[in-house]
Structure formats: structure tokens, C-alpha cells
Design a binder for this molecule. Structure first.
Ligand code: ADP
Length: 204
């Protein structure tokens, strides 16, 4: 049975860190649109060239570019048994496109995890990361713009998934390990106790 999970949350909530750990625990690939875009920018691919100016300004890359990239990635063999999406979908159009891709692949979403963290905390974290890693979109102005774009375009998606009964909210504050444990605990009933299955039995 495949596992399809979305990780939502504002910039700086720790999605990337948690996505890598969860993917390992759950044995599915983490698909981070931000990482894929950054790799393409670094390699100066055509996709990278199309995405870079949006990323540097803290704006979303246009839906058609992002959707095509994700469709390609999810068609790779390692995603056949499921995936953890980090940073996608972020707009209503992307939600609809993901629904279409899942239907086409005969898959269902198991859960949408919203990692929560307050504005002051995420800005402090992102400024800290800027000092360490120098990501080009981690300047204070661009961070504020990313937060604003998240609030306008992506935060409303939580209610879409809540209405579908898929949303799980997890507090993103605390030690990295603790947050991973919290997410796994929240996911556990959704991944193992599907109706008609023996809740205590092995999953595969
Ligand atoms: P963060 O969530 O911390 O802002 P990401 O690494 O997830 O960082 O994304 C970095 C940038 O990549 C975004 O600001 C945006 O320009 C682009 N991006 C990533 N995912 C998407 C997406 N689903 N749709 C549009 N743009 C995206």
C-alpha cells in the first residue's frame, strides 16, 4: 500500500529538516520543490533559469512550471510506492493538479501534516540560517515577502484538506527529534489503521 503525505507550513517551520527524517523513517522519497528548484538554479538548467527570479524575490514560481516539474518527479520509479511532498502544493491550482496526478496513478492522500510555528520564531530561524548558509532568498525583506505569500496563497489550503478530513496539525517548536516523534505519532493511525486492516498487524 502506498503512502502519500503532504507537509505544509510556513517558511522556516522546519519542513525540509523534518521531510528528510520522515522520508527515511517511512521509506518513501521526500520530494522538496524548493530543493529541486535550487538544484536546477545551481546547474543553470532551463528550469532553473525560469525559476530563479521568482525565488530570489520570494514569489512563487508559476504554477505551470511547478506542476510540470512535480509531475515529472512523481513519475520516477522511486515514487511508485508513495512520497512525502515538501513545499507542494502551495496554491489552489497546484492542489487540483496534484489531485489529478494522484487519480491518474490510482493513489490516495493519507495525510496532510501542517507544521506550525509563530511568525517571530520562523523569522528568527530564517535569519539564523541566512547567517550560516547564505541562501539567496533568506534576506529579511525576501523572508517577509515569502511569509506574506504563504499567508495569502498557501495557508488557506489547510482548510481544503481539513474539510477532506486529512489535516493533522503538529507544533513545530522544540528539538528536531521531538518534532519528528510528534509527526510520526500523529501519522501513525493514518498510515497503519486503515479501515478493514488489522491495526496491530504489519503494514506491507
Ligand atoms: P520556504 O518554504 O522556506 O520559502 P522552499 O525551499 O520550500 O522555501 O522554496 C523556496 C522557493 O522555491 C519559494 O519561495 C518559491 O519561489 C519556490 N517554490 C518552491 N515550491 C514551490 C511551489 N510549490 N510553487 C511555486 N513556487 C515554489
Amino acid at each position: 500500500m502506498s503512502k502519500c503525505i503532504i507537509l505544509l507550513g510556513p517558511p522556516g517551520a522546519g519542513k525540509g529538516t523534518q521531510a528528510a527524517r520522515l522520508a527515511e523513517q517511512l521509506n518513501i522519497p521526500a520530494v522538496s520543490t524548493g530543493d529541486i528548484f535550487r538544484a536546477n538554479v545551481a546547474e543553470r538548467t532551463e528550469l532553473g533559469q525560469r525559476a530563479q527570479r521568482y525565488m530570489d524575490a520570494g514569489e512563487y514560481v508559476p504554477d505551470e512550471v511547478t506542476n510540470a516539474m512535480v509531475a515529472d518527479r512523481l513519475a520516477q520509479p522511486d515514487a511508485a510506492e508513495g512520497f512525502l511532498l515538501d513545499g507542494y502544493p502551495r496554491t489552489g491550482v497546484q492542489v487540483a493538479e496534484l489531485d489529478r496526478m494522484l487519480t491518474e496513478a490510482g493513489k490516495n492522500l493519507d495525510a496532510v501534516v501542517e507544521l506550525t510555528a509563530g511568525t517571530d520564531e520562523v523569522i528568527a530561524r530564517l535569519l539564523g540560517r541566512a547567517a550560516e548558509q547564505g541562501r539567496s532568498d533568506d534576506t529579511e525583506d525576501v523572508i517577509r515577502r515569502r511569509m506574506q505569500v504563504y499567508a495569502e496563497q498557501t495557508a488557506p489550503l489547510t482548510s481544503v484538506y481539513e474539510e477532506r478530513g486529512l489535516l493533522v496539525q503538529v507544533d513545530g517548536l522544540g528539538a528536531v527529534d521531538e518534532v519528528t516523534e510528534r509527526i510520526l505519532a500523529a501519522l501513525n493511525p493514518r498510515l497503519h489503521h486503515a479501515p478493514g486492516h488489522d491495526a496491530a498487524g504489519p503494514r506491507e
